[in-house]
Write a protein that binds this ligand. Sequence first.
Ligand code: ZN
Length: 98
Amino acid sequence: MNLNESIENTASVKCPSCANLAFDSEVVCSQCNYPLKGTEQDQKDFLFDQDMRSVDVDTADKQLKKARNMLYYIAVIYVLSGFVTYAKNQHLAGVSLG
Ligand SMILES: [Zn+2]
């Protein structure tokens, strides 16, 4: 019972950005730096910045996937050309022995 009361007293603010339960005394959210005690404009700016950042992450993720595909194709080409070279060498070796 006492524990529940103390939790309610110390963590009474729910962060609108990340739903973290923040201490009422905190100026910014300890999880995401949301300005709990900031002005309405501060809070709007913060959420706007977060949107921008998530878009950036999305773009970076796509670029990473593209780069990964490129590496995959390069690896396939490299392996194929290596195999062709190996087969040619085997053929030449066979001819010189025969
Ligand atoms: Zn937060």
